[in-house]
Design a binder for this molecule. Structure first.
Ligand code: E4P
Length: 217
């Protein structure tokens, strides 16, 4: 499973990228707001750090305007993925942009039928939002599993990009189900390294090592 980092925080992206943890990046208007940066500038800086797909989201609601925005965003760097919402107009924009050879990430997916439409419109990635379904007491991971089954039934090439990932359990389950990609905030990716038994074991080793009175360096 590929790891995308869900942020426009350049320092966090650079740190994770240096560890080999970043196969791509996803941003959205809320993350751009959080960064306090200009979308074109910050996206260009991210594309200078990460060679994998970097999603930049359009903000118009009409297909022709989404296409114009997408073409402008795509000019930032060859690894830009144009992110469009899963609306009828978004699907139209997806078809035009993907036919023109651009990577497209169709976002805000909450049902298998929406995922089917995105695949038929030529999406490179479909982004089902796991955490936001969990927020309203629905099962976000079940949606990932159902899309996996349906895409495999018909050999759709659209990659399942599990989004709105909030917990380490989401990450493990997405990998088990067979999501192609997951995108998570930097803090969730860092938490993947944590285990209480690792902490307890290390504390014991440190205690015993001190008693030996030895040094390695
Ligand atoms: C990804 O593309 C989305 O922008 C993101 O994962 C949404 O996550 P949230 O529901 O935690 O805001």
């Amino acid at each position: 499973m590929k790891f995308f980092v869900d942020t426009a925080d350049v320092a966090a992206i650079a740190e994770l990228n240096a560890l080999g943890m970043v196969d791509g990046v996803t941003t959205n208007p809320s993350l751009i707001l959080k960064s306090g940066r200009d979308i074109l500038e910050v996206t260009k800086e991210i594309c200078g750090i990460v060679s994998g797909p970097v999603s930049a989201e359009v903000v118009s609601l009409k297909a022709d305007e989404m296409i114009a925005e997408g073409l402008k965003l795509a000019k930032i760097a060859p690894n830009i993925t144009v992110k469009v919402p899963l609306t009828w107009d978004g699907l139209k924009a997806c078809k035009v942009l993907s036919d023109a050879g651009h990577m497209v990430n169709v976002t805000l997916c909450f049902s298998v039928n929406q995922a089917l439409l995105a695949a038929k419109a030529g999406a490179t990635f479909i982004s089902p939002f796991v955490g936001r379904l969990d927020d309203i007491n629905l099962d976000g991971l079940e949606l990932i599993a159902d899309i996996r089954t349906i895409y495999d039934n018909y050999d759709f090439k659209t990659q399942i990009l599990a989004a709105s990932i909030r917990t380490v359990n989401h990450v493990a389950e997405c990998a088990r189900i067979g999501a192609d990609v997951m995108t998570a905030p930097p803090e969730v990716i860092r938490k993947l390294a944590s285990h209480p038994l690792t902490d307890a074991g290390l504390a014991q080793f440190m205690k015993d090592w001190e008693k030996t009175g030895q040094k390695i360096l």
